[in-house]
Design a binder for this molecule. Structure first.
Ligand SMILES: Cc1ncc(COP(=O)(O)O)c(C=O)c1O
Length: 381
């Protein structure tokens, strides 16, 4: 389908082409110098002591759950209003995801009050997800975690550059998990990054990323090691040099991308409140600095969302849903142990949320076109 205005779009130019060519010509394709530079540049960008580039954020979340010491039967509190990877990572290690509600229709991320209600003797960790790039209430969540001795993992897939109280999101908890999937604020196609300020965790994560091995092919290529030991049950969650080079190039641009996303979001808010006042906009109050990953809105109560999305499609505009709540998925419903749920706000938002197009190359005129199409579509329902 050729959309007039797609939901998201990448912003690549000759710099990304040159980055890939540089790697192809270097004749070293798996983790090496590009990866090391990508990691250290990303570490400076977010202000973290250690960063590890990985194959994707799902892998990062899986490794974080292992390093957090989650054992079979341990409970981990997660939002249901998230991508399924947030909860799946807990299940990979035999843990039980316990779903907490979101704060309100104005702030769609995990609620500290709901987290407290979910805590039991089996709770081991909390995974927060900074929905759309807007900060969870981290001071309150860190207090709860400290009080109950819980590990905090940040699913930072939506946050590349967001900040709260002078700290980048993804550096508040014990570990932060970033995604560079194609629709993210900066992309490598597939790719991810794990961040931590803890030396012991960093050492373990590094081994887990590559089969628990004590040296890499790169070390042996450089003549720094002849053999290796295997000290942990690890995985192949490595990144390659092509994607690391793309990541380094995108990282230089992401500040500009985020500024453009902010300007577009402000314009959306002005036009939506003027032209479609029945459409509710979350995240309008101030809390930290967002990277404006996506543009979620809530349709008026009772609107047929699929008919609305079809109407937008007829105008050539792609929309999406973030997210169908995880606790509704068949695979989760079948596992009755995950269904200790009291999620009225998640369920309400899960029915009414629609995500509008947002990407740096969008023009102001495109935003106006989307808002006009929303008005026309809602009028016609
Ligand atoms: C909130 C959230 N968590 C986790 C992920 C998983 O990221 P990846 O595709 O890099 O594995 C995504 C990706 O879309 C996401 O949006």
């Amino acid at each position: 389908m050729a959309w007039r205005i797609p939901l998201a779009d990448i912003d690549f130019d000759v710099q990304e082409e040159e980055a890939v060519l540089r790697v192809v010509r270097s004749r070293w394709l798996s983790m090496g110098e590009e990866t090391q530079n990508f990691e250290s540049e990303f570490a400076s960008f977010i202000g973290a002591k250690h960063t590890l580039a990985v194959s994707n954020a799902t892998a990062a979340l899986h490794l974080a759950c292992i390093a957090a010491g989650i054992q079979p039967g341990d409970e981990v509190i997660v939002p249901s209003l998230s991508f399924v990877a947030t909860a799946n990572a807990v299940r990979y290690v035999g843990g039980i995801p316990i779903f907490a509600d979101i704060e309100s229709e104005d702030w769609l991320s995990i609620s500290p009050a709901s987290i407290e209600k979910c805590i039991s003797a089996k709770t081991r960790a909390i995974i927060v997800m900074h929905y759309a790039g807007y900060a969870c209430d981290m001071p309150a969540i860190m207090d709860i975690a400290q009080k109950h001795n819980l590990v905090v993992i940040e699913d930072s897939a939506h946050t590349i550059g967001s900040e709260l109280d002078g700290h980048k999101l993804g550096t508040w908890g014990a570990m932060g998990c970033f995604s560079f999937f194609s629709n993210k604020n900066m992309t490598t196609g597939e790719g991810g990054m794990l961040a931590t300020n803890n030396d012991t965790l960093a050492e373990r994560l590094k081994a887990l990323r590559s089969h628990g091995m004590t040296s890499l092919s790169w070390d042996r290529h450089k003549g720094r090691a002849w053999t290796y030991d295997v000290v942990d049950l690890g995985y192949n969650y490595r990144i390659d040099e092509l994607r690391a080079a793309l990541g380094r190039t995108q990282l230089k641009k992401v500040g500009g991308f985020n500024q453009r996303r902010e300007a577009l979001t402000i314009l959306y808010r002005e036009l939506l409140s003027e032209l479609t006042p029945t459409v509710h906009m979350p995240f309008t109050k101030a809390r930290g600095t967002s990277c404006y990953h996506i543009m979620p809105v809530l349709l008026p109560r009772g609107t047929d969302r699929i008919k609305f999305m079809e109407g937008m499609k007829a105008e050539g505009i792609q929309t999406s849903i973030h997210y169908p709540p995880i606790h509704y998925f068949k695979n989760y419903v079948e596992e009755k142990q995950f269904l200790r749920v009291d999620l009225p706000i998640t369920e309400e938002v899960g029915m009414r949320e629609v995500t509008l197009p947002l990407y740096p190359a969008m023009s102001d005129e495109d935003v106006k076109t989307v808002v006009d199409a929303i008005r026309k579509t809602l009028d016609g329902l």
